[in-house]
Design a protein around this ligand. Structure first.
Ligand SMILES: Cc1ncc(COP(=O)(O)O)c(C=O)c1O
Length: 391
């Protein structure tokens, strides 16, 4: 029978059989270190609100004040009448923060990647990605119709092999996550810069998870490695450590002018609401002024990781606040996540296609606003999980 609902139901039944059907838990409170779900308070161990800025009083105040003065939305594309002073102020703030000439803001990080990549390269160009790059990067490359190659995670020898083999393209672009979103390790940026220079390729780094977190003053992967130049395109989001919403690209003035003229996900969509832009500006100011937040984050990370190591969990080479706990098998992963939830810890299981087959995991992420008591309770839950031989 030709019935859309029947066809869709069949596909979803297939996903259910494989344990891959996705359902969402609903959070009935703000995204703090503790959230309310199903009428219970549980410790949130899966948020990208790494510094707690989504509930920071100064960020909230900046949004409320701007909302009252500038209204709820920008109501047009930036290129028509939606370009507001707060957008330009935010872009200047980001450029200063990232030490680049210029910056451009998109409504989401996904759109920043999709629009930037698909405008920079086309059919005559080559893009080479780390195998574990985020889906928004992959989608940007697909949209561009450029020749697409991947190298095994952080395997620079294979990257060089590809560059040697695939000569003759007009532009060559290497793209990597700064902090890998599901593994929590850091890309070898200094080596990637050397390789990109040697092969006349350009380098783009997605600092979605590093912005606000990595480096002495939270400026991201480049600061972490003490790198001043060599990364041509620095992408980031405003939705994770900054606690708000939006994506950005920072780089040279010609790069940003080009993106503003060419990126369809910038041109053909409404600008960020002004209140969100104001919240982001305040969030960057806090990151610049308050290093205690970052110190608390790293202290919590170290504490939690030390215990996981003692318990002999495989944290898959994590070097940051994103801490995967390898469970491998899909059903074991989902059972472990449910068990943690019963014990008051919300850390969902991550399955294919988000991660490779047999690499399902609990993806824990730590926040600066977790108190010692929260971390104690999380540790207790993981101890019980280990003793219960769940994973
Ligand atoms: C590495 C990476 N890049 C880009 C994005 C997209 O950012 P946003 O959530 O702001 O759309 C994400 C979000 O999950 C991400 O993890």
């Amino acid at each position: 029978m030709f019935d859309l609902n029947v066809l869709l139901q069949q596909e979803m039944d297939g996903l259910k059989k494989l344990g891959l059907f996705r359902e969402m838990k609903r959070v009935d409170s703000a995204q703090g270190p503790v959230v309310k779900i199903d009428g219970r308070e549980v410790i949130l161990l899966s948020s990208n609100n790494y510094l707690g800025l989504a509930t920071h009083p100064d960020v909230i105040k900046a949004q409320i004040d701007t909302l009252k003065e500038f209204g709820a939305g920008s109501c047009a594309s930036r290129l028509i009448s939606g370009n507001m002073n707060l957008h330009e102020e935010l872009e200047k703030k980001i450029a200063d923060f990232k030490h680049t000439e210029s910056a451009i803001v998109f409504p989401t990080g996904y759109m920043a990647n999709a629009g930037t990549i698909s405008s920079l390269v086309g059919k005559e160009d080559l893009v080479i990605c780390d195998k574990l790059n985020h889906a928004s990067i992959i989608d940007g490359v697909r949209l561009s119709r450029a020749r697409f190659r991947t190298y095994p995670h952080k395997n620079l020898k294979k990257l060089e092999d590809i560059l040697k083999k695939e000569a003759g393209y007009k532009k060559k672009l290497i793209i990597t996550d700064g902090i890998f979103s599901m593994d929590g390790d850091i890309a070898p940026i200094p080596d990637l810069i050397k390789i990109s220079k040697r092969f006349n390729a350009f380098l783009m780094v997605d600092d979605a998870h590093a912005t606000g977190v990595l480096g002495q003053t939270g400026r991201g992967t480049c600061e972490h490695f003490n790198i001043k130049e060599g990364v041509d395109i620095q992408m980031g989001t405003l939705s994770k450590a900054l606690g708000c919403l939006g994506g950005f690209v920072a780089g040279s003035s010609p790069l940003i002018d080009y993106i503003r003229n060419k990126a369809r996900s910038f041109i053909y969509t409404t600008g960020l609401p002004p209140a969100i832009a104001a919240g982001c500006i305040k969030a960057i100011e806090i990151i610049e002024e308050d290093s205690d937040l970052r110190k608390r984050l790293w202290r919590n990370v170290e504490r939690f990781k030390a215990v996981l190591k003692d318990l002999d969990f495989d944290t898959m080479g994590s070097e940051t606040q994103i801490i995967p706990v390898l469970t491998g098998d899909i059903s074991r992963t989902m059972r472990s996540a449910e068990r943690l939830f019963e014990m008051g810890v919300f850390a969902p299981g991550v399955r294919p296609p988000t991660v490779p087959k047999n690499k399902s995991r609990i993806r824990a992420s730590i926040m600066a606003t977790h108190t010692d008591e929260h971390i104690d309770r999380v540790i207790e839950a993981f101890k019980k999980l280990r003793n219960g031989t769940m994973i």
